[in-house]
Write a protein that binds this ligand. Structure first.
Ligand SMILES: CC(=O)N[C@H]1[C@@H](OP(=O)(O)OP(=O)(O)OC[C@H]2O[C@@H](n3ccc(=O)[nH]c3=O)[C@H](O)[C@@H]2O)O[C@H](CO)[C@@H](O)[C@@H]1O
Ligand SMILES: C=C(OP(=O)(O)O)C(=O)O
Length: 432
């Protein structure tokens, strides 16, 4: 079984560069389907398995997709007629496949998508996406594991209040509304930087979206959208993960391409723990000396503390002094990694939607399995600080969201190797 093997206790130092954001590139590639004239060229695309999956989804819908991931570029030609069905094989692999629903409804007036269902972090319903489409005139039906949306007379602008500022629902409604008749207003919209990136992309294609990044987004439908060239924003979660990597090893790391404003909540919490964070022209510098002190934190929609950094912060809090309470409010079941941390001798107690950490835990290297994407990163981070050797398996989760994570850590001085089933010996990886 493929695994990453870490020998803990090495202080990280040097410079690392973060990639384009996974959570921006997936909705942007889905939104590219809106263009009916000219091709879209998307740049700064990270070479992730999720990008491969969304590309397959777009191809299955009859878009022409050229993946040039060696140069971080994807070219999409969606000018021909598209088919309307996103199949289970893709949606099962990656929930973000649901994001083609808005563009398909806008273009084809019909979409049939396999129901995404839940995943390791929660049940993840799509009721808010559907509520938006219904308000715009779509008729929604369910059957045979699929959801169908039908709008024979075309989508009409509407006022939509989201019960929760869902990232995916905001994106799906924005893309549907981009080609709808009239104006759509999304209230209680998600405000994540990735929402702003998608809105900018729609505008670059000739759309009319204002207010992205605030609670209220206004989309005036246009008749046609045109292919353009768009650069994806840097990944704030990869940035945060390297910030924790620096801090958990008492290191000194410069993270290039990081946007500090996108990580304000994380920066503020890490500073509260005693980490020194300096803004530089090229990104941010993170320096830490032991002991760090634990804090209380609660995940919230942006600009609150991101749920996608919860497990990595849990790793950091495990190595910090004092008691910290970490509360997850975005997903109802995002504590699967706690059991794996316990294998590493972590002192963690789950109390409802909170976790109580009494630190510092005397972390010991162990065999652990990633339970989701961010858990994979968090277990590796814990391994950097643990005594002895940690082996992390189920790496397909990691590959969804991190490019060459082990190689980047090795280049910063970590003792880390990735061993494939084919390798007979545990060879040192090449540093980047
Ligand atoms: C590809 C992508 O961008 N993924 C991110 C996106 O996921 P995603 O777009 O799925 O997250 P949402 O913001 O939609 O979900 C947040 C919460 O709202 C609930 N909900 C959502 C939609 C809905 O119709 N009904 C409903 O109840 C979900 O179950 C969850 O509990 O935002 C999450 C929250 O920041 C991040 O963790 C994910 O990394
Ligand atoms: C939960 C995540 O992604 P997704 O929504 O694609 O599952 C994540 O990026 O941490």
């Amino acid at each position: 079984m493929e695994r990453i093997i870490i020998t803990g206790g090495h202080r990280l130092s040097g410079t690392v560069r973060v990639e384009g954001a996974k959570n921006a590139v997936l909705p942007v590639l889905a939104a590219a389907l809106l263009a009916t004239e000219g091709v879209n060229v998307i740049k700064d695309v990270p070479n992730l398995s999720d990008v491969g999956t969304i590309s397959e989804v777009l191809k299955s819908l009859d878009a022409k997709v050229e993946n040039r991931l060696d140069v971080n570029e994807v070219i999409i030609d969606s000018t021909e007629q598209l088919s309307s069905e996103a199949q289970f094989e893709y949606v099962r692999k990656m929930r973000a496949s649901i994001l083609v629903m808005g563009p398909l409804l806008a273009r084809n007036r019909f979409a049939r998508i396999a129901l995404p269902g839940g995943c390791a972090i929660g049940s993840r319903p799509i009721d808010q996406h559907l509520k938006g489409f219904e308000a715009m005139g779509a008729e929604i039906t369910f059957g045979h594991g699929h959801v169908e949306a039908n709008v024979p007379n075309g989508l009409k602008g509407a006022k939509i209040y989201l019960d929760f500022p869902s990232v995916g629902a905001t994106e799906n409604i924005m893309t549907a509304a981009a080609l709808a008749q009239g104006t759509t207003i999304i209230e209680n919209a998600a405000k994540e930087p990735e929402i702003v990136d998608v809105a900018n992309f729609i505008n670059e294609m000739g759309g009319k979206v204002v207010g992205a990044g605030t609670d209220t987004i206004r989309i005036e439908g246009v008749l046609k959208l045109y292919g353009t060239t768009h650069h994806i924003i840097p990944d704030r979660i990869e940035t945060g993960t390297f910030m924790v990597a620096a801090a958990i090893t008492g290191g000194d790391v410069i993270i290039e391409n990081a946007v500090p404003e996108h990580n304000a909540a994380l920066i503020s919490k890490m500073e509260e723990m005693g980490v020194i964070i300096t803004e530089l022209d090229e990104g941010i510098r993170v320096t830490a000396e032991y002991p760090l002190k634990s804090v209380d934190l609660k995940t919230m929609p942006h600009p609150g503390f991101p749920t996608d950094m919860q497990s990595q912060m849990m790793a950091l809090m495990l190595t910090s002094t004092g008691t910290g309470i970490l509360t997850e409010t975005v997903f109802e079941n995002r504590f699967m990694h706690v059991e794996e941390f316990r294998r590493m001798n972590a002192s963690v107690k789950i109390e409802g939607r909170s976790v109580v950490l009494s630190g510092p835990s005397d972390l010991q290297g162990a065999e652990v399995a990633a339970t989701d994407l961010r858990a994979a990163a968090a277990l590796i981070l814990a391994g950097l600080a643990a005594d002895g050797v940690t082996r992390v398996t189920e790496l397909s989760h990691l590959d969804r969201g991190y490019v060459n994570f082990h190689g980047k850590l090795a280049a910063l001085g970590a003792d880390i190797v990735r061993v494939s089933p084919e390798s007979l010996t545990e060879k040192k990886v090449q540093t980047v």
